[in-house]
Design a protein around this ligand. Structure first.
Ligand SMILES: [Zn+2]
Length: 347
């Protein structure tokens, strides 16, 4: 009697256990709900994307620190500056201490004289900028920068790029950043200019630089005489072009000697501690002052930051076409002069 009951009990227990195991193993399958998981994951991917777009809003991102063999930055897709540093023949060069990439969306402003938006330079950091070239004095500026393995931002005048496109190409080949500084150096706050003419000055300047270089410039702009209007600022903003003012004005255009340029820059810099330095590569005194000035920066513990644009500017096709049309007058004719102009009478 006991044995059959015991056997039945064992069978029941075994059945319960088997059913339990089956239920237990089957249950998670029902809970897995793969489509929900995928949906949840794709929803989860939104925060990183939002974070990414938030990071995009930062106008300044450290892309590379080109000090000698620093620890490899985890996110640094910038082997070029590192290579540039390694090819520097001068072991005591001023160099480039930091390279920043600018997201020009919305037309951010730099240089505290006018635009107090982005205080991205730390103590002792400077940005070298040169306006008004390209000019026959520019190669001397390029040589001084190359001797110190350092980089600058150039704001060429459109008209000058048509005179000396080969010099502007040298600026680009040396790895400097190139923006624009209007077509004819017009002061854009002038009452003589209509809004349209001011816009033309900006856009034709950029298209001229593009024509000289064969590639688009950076969306970096400096107003001649730093003279802007609300309309021109709005235009730059709509075109996602960053505007550059200044922190340290070298006043090189009215300096009577290279020494005076050096004194002006160093005095202001030692007082302010950092900043965007405005110079002119078409000024002879600046070209002459630069080797010593760069040495003084190095001796003073100053460090050069190179500013680059995240994306090149998309020039406007109508202004590119205008430049092509303007430049189409050939300098040399296919026909010999004597076949075109014949002297038929002479006294
Ligand atoms: Zn200028």
């Amino acid at each position: 009697m006991r044995n059959p009951i015991g056997l039945m009990l064992a069978v029941v227990v075994a059945a319960v256990v088997i059913a339990g195991v089956w239920f237990w193993t089957a249950a998670p399958r029902a809970d897995a709900a793969p489509p929900q998981t995928i949906a949840a994951r794709s929803a989860d991917s939104l925060p990183p994307a939002a974070a990414k777009s938030a990071a995009k809003d930062d106008v300044e991102t450290t892309a590379a620190v080109s000090q000698p063999v620093a620890a490899a930055p985890a996110l640094a897709p910038a082997p070029a500056p590192m290579q540039a540093k390694s090819t520097c023949a001068n072991p005591d060069a001023l160099g480039v201490s930091r390279t920043v990439v600018i997201d020009t969306t919305g037309g951010p402003g730099f240089g505290f004289l006018q635009y107090k938006q982005f205080d991205f330079l730390t103590d002792k950091e400077v940005v070298l900028t040169f306006d008004d070239g390209p000019w026959p004095t520019t190669p001397a500026v390029l040589k001084a920068l190359a001797d110190e393995c350092t980089k600058a931002v150039f704001f060429p005048i459109g008209l000058h790029t048509t005179y000396h496109p080969e010099i502007l190409k040298q600026v680009a080949a040396a790895g400097h950043t190139i923006g624009a500084h209007t077509w004819s150096h017009a002061h854009l706050d002038s009452k003589k200019l209509t809004e349209q003419q001011a816009k033309d000055e900006i856009e034709k300047g950029f298209s001229a630089v593009k024509m000289a270089l064969g590639t688009a410039p950076s969306p970096f702009f400096r107003f001649p005489a730093l003279a802007h209007t609300q309309a021109t600022l709005a235009h730059l903003e709509s075109r996602n072009i960053a505007r550059f003012s200044v922190d340290i004005d070298s006043l090189d255009f009215k300096s009577s000697s290279p020494d005076q340029v050096i004194q002006t820059v160093m005095t202001k810099l030692d007082k302010q501690g950092k900043g965007i330095i405005l110079m002119h590569d078409l000024q002879k005194h600046t070209a002459q002052a630069l080797p010593t000035l760069l040495r003084r920066l190095k001796a003073g513990g100053y460090k050069v930051v190179q500013m680059k644009a995240k994306e090149p500017l998309e020039t406007l096709p109508e202004y590119d076409a205008l430049m092509v049309k303007d430049m189409k007058v050939p300098a040399v004719s296919a026909r010999p002069l004597s076949s075109v102009v014949q002297t038929v009478s002479q006294q």
